[in-house]
Each structure stands twice: as structure tokens, then as C-alpha cells.
Design a protein around this ligand. Structure first.
Ligand code: BES
Ligand code: MN
Ligand code: MN
Length: 462
């Protein structure tokens, strides 16, 4: 497969331009104003899979956005790789913080990406990383080196909880049968040090509503005499962590898997600079659960964070008011063995119980998913490691990530196969933030590395 490098060199401008076209369509799944764009993106993905060499592609309708399915079956006796990715993106806001419009992709250089990076919403998460697989397939088909069967399943609701994908997977076990699931929707340590994600956190996402008086009140006439829902909500939220930053919900930690001293020592070997971490975020210090270091706090430990909080008057100037209602959106990142339904229930029970008599509390669960860990002695992991070693010149380091791809644990349950997370993004690529970007180096390196995964996976499966 020596000529994957030359194929990439020869076609890189086209690879970049095709991705740029895909990034121009604003496939924001959270906002119905973009629904036609989401559907258009699905069709663009479908066309790209046919063009790359799938011999069957279809748009699968679901209760929500369509799933694009494609396959190339060369021999039913050979292994099958199932590629999963998502074509939907996060909302771009806050718009004013983008240095170029989120759906008008441009290439700019950064300190970390001296050879340039594509700036656009979805560049890294996940259109860019998903499209590497389409181009890797194109190469394998063109060079007649596809060593096994391949199936693609690209969805449009990942950023809003993958409800339709769960529906689809439950109904299509036979169609989706595979030997390994391959996903590029995570990151790696740096462009000099590849890593393979061996764990994802679970998630429970809830919205809370605190109601006080039946109408907004004059804060002078009533202030001090009735419960202010915003004050109360702030107090309730603050009480969810103790002074050591442990979460105070009874039962929250009951099923948390503690890592052994050896496993923690192994984790500590991954290159990490606290100084660089703080500098990159412009913070004077890190903050988190007592007894754990930063790389543990953001991967092997569960968390509780307010993602948004609102209520009362937030317009220009001042208005003296006690609002009738206050709201917050809260996410809990979970670790393996914590069940998200159970955690959602524990949260609801506790949060309702700590409300004083002057208010009522409503908790509405949004979505969630289980965490995931994968062993490093599997054929899939070994194949991925060999592939990275060949293209980067150094072996990959296993890393547990703090992010969530809830569908991965469902894949294991329904399809009985392991997922390999071959990410090529960097933490600094600003996914979900303004100015999201994806390095040209990373994009092309991904296209180069993926065919090697196929090669080694098939070789090791024999
Ligand atoms: N690709 C991310 C998840 C991710 C990013 C995992 C980097 C590991 C490293 C995915 O698109 C995502 O954003 N997931 C959501 C959960 C989803 C249910 C909205 C998340 O982690 O917040
Ligand atoms: Mn993603
Ligand atoms: Mn995302």
C-alpha cells in the first residue's frame, strides 16, 4: 500500500475542496430552522459514497433525520468493517466570536497547524473526520486494495442524542452485521503523538425548572418575603458539590468503577503539561475533584455541570423584578457501570427533595447514554495501533476520553461488536466552540492511516 501517500498527494486539493463543499451546508440538527439543510447534507453524503465506490447506497428514513447506509461487499467470507459517523453539527452560536462565518469554510494557519486548518462548524466534529473514511474507501477501490467488506452508516442526529439511530439499529441487526465498528469522532494527543480512545463517558442530560410565585413580582414590594426562584436555584445547584468537589447526590458514586493504582500510574505516563493546559485556556489554576489529577478528572471520574442557566431580566439596563421561574440545563458525565437511567432518577429524587417549601421543582430528562471502555488486546485495537505506528512513526497511546458517543455502548449491546475509536482531531480544534477547525495535516493523515487499519485488521483476523 505504498502508494496511498502518493494518491493523497495527487488528489489532496480535490479532497479538501470536496470537504469544503460539505461544510458549506449548515446541518444543525438541534435547530429546526436548518431541517432542509440537514436533509440536503444527508443526500450529499449519499452521493459521495456512491462516487467513492460503494455498490449499494440508500437513504434510510427514520422518525427523525435520515441515515445514509452504504456498502461494498466483495466476499461474504471476508471480515466486514462498519464505519459510523455523523453529518449533523452543533449550532454555531455565539456567532460574533467566529473570525470567519461558520458555514463559509476557509483555510488559515495556527501555531498548532502551520500547514493550515479548515475553519468551519463541523470541520472536525464530524464531517471532516467522517469524510476521511469516504476518501480512504475511494483510494482502496481505485487501487484495488480493499481487503474486506465495508458498510457505512452515517447519521444526522448525533449532536442531539441519536434517538433515530437507536431505533434504526434495533431494527436492522442483520443488515448491520459486522466484525468491527470503526469511528473517527474523537481526538488524539498531538500531531506528533497519536492516541487511540479506549473509553468514553456516559451522559445524563436534564433540564430543571424552579417555580415560585404565580407571576413576576416587584423586587421591592415582595423582596425578602417570598422565595426568589433564581436565588433558590443557584443555592440548590451550589449544594450539588461539597468543598472537595464531590457530587452530593446520594448513591451517585455507588457503581463507579475505581481504577487500580497500576492503571492510574499507566494513565499518568501519557504526555501532559499542566502549564500548557492552563495557558491554552488562560486560567490561573485548574479546578476539580479532590484526590484526582486533571487527566483523571476529565476522563475516569463522573461530573455534574450546569450548561445553561436563565430566568428573570437579562435585557439592557436594570429591571427590579423577582421572576416567577428559573431554569437550568444540567449534564452529568458518567463512567462505566453507572447507568444513566438510574442516575437520572437519583438526580430527580435528590433535586426535588432539596427544594424549600416556597417553590416547586420540575425535572425533565433530555437524553443520555452509557459509558464505554474497550480492551487494548483486541484485534481491532492492535490493527489501529499498527496503522498509526506506520503513518506517525510512533505507537499510539491508549487514552480514555471525557466525551460521549452514547451510541457506542448500544452498538455493543445490539450488534455484539467492539468499536475502535480512531480519532484524528486535537483538543485545540475547538469542537462545539466558535472557530472550530480541522488540520489539513490531520485530514490527510487520517485518509492515509485508515486503509492500513483495514489491511492489518484483515491480516490479524486470519
Ligand atoms: N464527537 C463528539 C464526542 C467526542 C469528542 C468524544 C471528542 C471524544 C472526544 C460528539 O459529537 C459529541 O459532541 N457528543 C456529545 C454527546 C451527545 C449526546 C450530544 C458530547 O460529548 O457532549
Ligand atoms: Mn462528533
Ligand atoms: Mn459533537
Amino acid at each position: 500500500m505504498e502508494n496511498i501517500k502518493s494518491y493523497v498527494q495527487q488528489h489532496k486539493d480535490r479532497f479538501i475542496n470536496e470537504l469544503i463543499e460539505l461544510l458549506k451546508i449548515p446541518s444543525v440538527s438541534a435547530d429546526t430552522a436548518y431541517s432542509q439543510d440537514v436533509i440536503d447534507t444527508a443526500e450529499a453524503v449519499k452521493a459521495s459514497l456512491s462516487q467513492a465506490g460503494c455498490d449499494f447506497v440508500e437513504t434510510c428514513d427514520t422518525p427523525g433525520y435520515p441515515i445514509i447506509y452504504g456498502e461494498k461487499i466483495i466476499d461474504p467470507n471476508l471480515p466486514t468493517v462498519l464505519v459510523y459517523g455523523h453529518y449533523d453539527v452543533q449550532p454555531p452560536d455565539p456567532m460574533e466570536l467566529w473570525t470567519s462565518p461558520p458555514f463559509e469554510p476557509v483555510i488559515k494557519t495556527t501555531d498548532i497547524h502551520p500547514e493550515g486548518a479548515i475553519f468551519a462548524r463541523g470541520a472536525c466534529d464530524d464531517k471532516g473526520q467522517m469524510y476521511m473514511h469516504v476518501k480512504a474507501l475511494e483510494y482502496m477501490v481505485q487501487s484495488n486494495t480493499l481487503p474486506c467488506n465495508v458498510k457505512f452508516m452515517i447519521e444526522g442526529e448525533e449532536e442531539v442524542g441519536s434517538a433515530s439511530l437507536a431505533w434504526f439499529v434495533e431494527r436492522n441487526q442483520e443488515k448491520l452485521k459486522n466484525d468491527v465498528i470503526l469511528i473517527s469522532d474523537t481526538g488524539m494527543i498531538s500531531n506528533q503523538q497519536p492516541s487511540i480512545t479506549t473509553g468514553l463517558r456516559g451522559l445524563s442530560y436534564v433540564e430543571v425548572e424552579v417555580t415560585g410565585p404565580n407571576r413576576d413580582l416587584h423586587s421591592g414590594l415582595y423582596g425578602g418575603a417570598v422565595a426568589n426562584p433564581i436565588n433558590i436555584l443557584a443555592k440548590m445547584i451550589a449544594s450539588l458539590h461539597d468543598e472537595d468537589n464531590h457530587i452530593t447526590i446520594p448513591g451517585f458514586y455507588d457503581k463507579v468503577q475505581e481504577l487500580s493504582a497500576e492503571e492510574r500510574a499507566e494513565m499518568a505516563k501519557a504526555p501532559f503539561s499542566l502549564e500548557k493546559y492552563k495557558n491554552a485556556l488562560n486560567i490561573a489554576d485548574v479546578y476539580g475533584e479532590k484526590g484526582y489529577v486533571t487527566n483523571e478528572r476529565n476522563s475516569i471520574r463522573p461530573t455534574l455541570d450546569v450548561n445553561g442557566i436563565w430566568g428573570g431580566y437579562t435585557g439592557e439596563g436594570a429591571k427590579t423584578v423577582i421572576a416567577s421561574k428559573a431554569y437550568a440545563k444540567i449534564s452529568m458525565r458518567l463512567v462505566p457501570n453507572q447507568d444513566w437511567h438510574e442516575i437520572t432518577e437519583l438526580f430527580t429524587k435528590h433535586f426535588t427533595s432539596i427544594a424549600p417549601a416556597g417553590v416547586t421543582v420540575k425535572v425533565t430528562p433530555h437524553h443520555g447514554g452509557q459509558g464505554y471502555v474497550t480492551p487494548i488486546d483486541s484485534i481491532g485495537y492492535q490493527a489501529a495501533n499498527k496503522a498509526y505506528t506506520e503513518t506517525f512513526g510512533v505507537p499510539a497511546i491508549p487514552v480514555r476520553s471525557g466525551g460521549s458517543i452514547p451510541i457506542v455502548s448500544l452498538f455493543e449491546k445490539e450488534l455484539k461488536s467492539k468499536t475502535i475509536l480512531m480519532g484524528f482531531g486535537l483538543d485545540s480544534d475547538a469542537i462545539h466552540s466558535p472557530n472550530e477547525h480541522f488540520g489539513i495535516f490531520n485530514y490527510l493523515k487520517g485518509i492515509e492511516t485508515i486503509p492500513l487499519f483495514y489491511k492489518y485488521f484483515v491480516a490479524l483476523s486470519k
